[in-house]
Write a protein that binds this ligand. Structure first.
Ligand SMILES: [Mg+2]
Length: 390
C-alpha cells in the first residue's frame, strides 16, 4: 500500500498532466513493442525481456518500431476530439477512412477494412450503417473499438460522457454490444485510473463491475449475449474472474489465458488487459526487480501471447494513467513511432478535459444523443458467432 501511495504522488494528483501523457504514450508503446509477438501462441518471458532490453541499444534508430492500426485509429480519435472540441461521428468516421487509405498496411483486420472503405464513400449518409451491415447484420465484437477507446477518457471529465462517446466511437466499426461495450469498459478503466483509483485495486475492480452491471443491463447487450451464448452479462462475468485471479497469491500465464483469453474479441482481451495492470501493481517473481510497474505491465502483457499489440496497448493506457509519464523509460519511448506525437497530443487533451470540466460543453453531444437512441434499435442483431475480425 505504501508503494502505491508513493507512485500516486509521482504521477501527480487526479487528472494531472503526467497521467494524461503516461496514458497516451504508454498506449503507443504497448502497440509498438507488442507487434513483435502478435499472433504468437507461446511467448517465453525470456524472449520478451530480450526484446525490451534491445530497446536500450543506442545504435537503434528513432521510431524503429512502427505502430499498427491500434495507434493509427487512436490518433484519428484524438485529432477528431481536439478539432471538434468534442465528439463528432461524421468527422471521426472521415478520419478513419482517410487514415486507412493513406496508410493501409498497418495490420487492419479484413472485416474492418470493408467498413473503412464504405466510410470513405461521399454518398454515405449514415456513418453507423457500414458497421451494422457487418457479418450479415450481426456486427463485429472484435477489440478494434476498445483499442482506440482511451482518448475518450482523456477528453471527457464526466463519466456519463466517457461511456456514451466511447460507445458511439466504437460503433463506427463495431456494432455488436460485445464489441462496443469492450470499448466502454476500456475507457472506464482509463478514466478511473486517471483519478488515482488504482491506489485501491479492490475498489477499482468493484467499481468497474458496478459500472458494467448498468451498461450490460441494456436490452441490446442482453440480446447479443443470449444469441452468442455468453453469460447474461459477459463483461461483468469476466471482471469477476479478474477479481478471483487477483485474490490468488500465484497464478500462471496459462491460467490467465484460459480464464480471460488473449484473442481479438473484446471480451477476450479487455478484461485481460485490466488484469495485467492489476497483477503488475506489485513486483512479480518472473519479472526483473529493476522494472517499475509500467514496465512490468507491458512485459507481462506481451508474455501472454495472442493479440499482444492490442492487449499491451490497452494495458499501457490504463497503467500509464496510473504511473504517469515519469515511469516510461526514455529509451522505449525513443524507439516507438508516434510516441512523441502522443506526448504532445496528451497535453492538448489535458487542456480540453479541464476546459470541459469547467462547463465548456462537449461539442456535438446533443446530436450524438439522438444517434445513440437510433443506433440502439439496430444493434440487437447477429445470429452466429464466427468469422470474427476486428
Ligand atoms: Mg494492431
Amino acid at each position: 500500500m505504501a508503494m502505491a501511495a508513493v507512485r500516486a504522488v509521482a504521477a501527480g494528483g487526479p487528472a494531472s498532466l503526467s497521467r494524461f501523457r503516461g496514458a497516451l504514450v504508454a498506449a503507443v508503446l504497448g502497440d509498438c513493442v507488442g507487434g513483435e509477438f502478435e499472433g504468437a501462441e507461446e511467448v517465453p518471458m525470456e524472449s520478451v525481456l530480450q526484446h525490451l532490453n534491445s530497446l536500450d541499444d543506442e545504435t537503434k534508430g528513432n521510431g524503429i518500431l512502427e505502430y499498427s492500426d491500434d495507434t493509427a485509429m487512436a490518433r484519428c480519435v484524438v485529432q477528431s476530439l481536439l478539432t471538434r472540441t468534442g465528439f463528432d461521428e461524421q468527422d471521426m468516421a472521415r478520419r478513419f477512412a482517410k487514415e486507412y487509405s493513406a496508410s493501409p498496411g498497418r495490420g487492419y483486420g479484413s472485416g474492418v477494412i470493408q467498413v473503412l472503405k464504405k466510410l470513405s464513400s461521399p454518398q454515405l449518409s449514415d456513418v453507423y450503417q457500414p458497421a451494422r451491415d457487418q457479418f450479415n447484420g450481426r456486427g463485429s465484437f472484435g477489440n478494434g473499438g476498445a483499442m482506440r477507446a482511451a482518448p475518450f477518457a482523456l477528453a471527457f471529465p464526466d463519466l456519463a460522457d466517457v461511456k456514451r462517446f466511447a460507445r458511439l466511437g466504437a460503433m463506427l466499426t463495431h456494432s455488436c454490444s460485445l464489441g462496443y461495450n469492450g470499448a466502454v469498459l476500456q475507457a472506464l478503466a482509463v478514466h478511473l485510473s486517471l483519478q488515482g483509483a488504482l491506489d485501491l485495486p479492490q475498489q477499482f475492480i468493484t467499481r468497474l463491475i458496478t459500472e458494467m452491471e448498468e451498461v450490460e443491463a441494456d436490452e441490446a447487450a442482453r440480446n447479443d449475449a443470449r444469441i452468442l451464448k455468453e453469460a447474461e452479462k459477459p463483461f461483468c462475468e469476466r471482471l469477476h474472474r479478474v477479481r478471483d485471479l487477483m485474490d490468488r497469491s500465484k497464478v500462471s500465464i496459462e491460467e490467465v489465458i484460459s480464464e480471460l483469453g488473449n484473442g481479438i474479441a473484446a471480451l477476450h482481451s479487455v478484461p485481460t488487459a485490466i488484469f495485467c495492470v492489476l497483477h503488475c501493481l506489485q513486483p512479480r517473481e518472473c519479472l526483473p526487480e529493476n522494472y517499475g510497474g509500467l514496465e512490468r505491465t507491458i512485459a507481462y502483457s506481451l508474455a501472454l501471447g495472442g493479440d499482444t499489440d492490442t492487449i499491451a496497448c490497452m494495458a499501457g493506457a490504463i497503467a500509464g494513467a496510473h504511473y504517469g509519464i515519469e515511469a516510461i523509460p526514455q529509451s522505449w519511448m525513443k524507439c516507438c513511432e508516434g510516441a512523441e506525437d502522443a506526448d504532445m497530443n496528451a497535453e492538448r487533451l489535458h487542456m480540453l478535459y479541464h476546459q470541459l470540466s469547467q462547463g465548456g460543453g462537449s461539442g456535438t453531444g446533443e446530436k450524438s444523443c439522438e444517434l445513440e437512441s437510433e443506433s440502439k434499435s439496430h444493434t440487437s442483431n447477429g445470429t452466429e458467432k464466427k468469422d470474427e475480425a476486428e
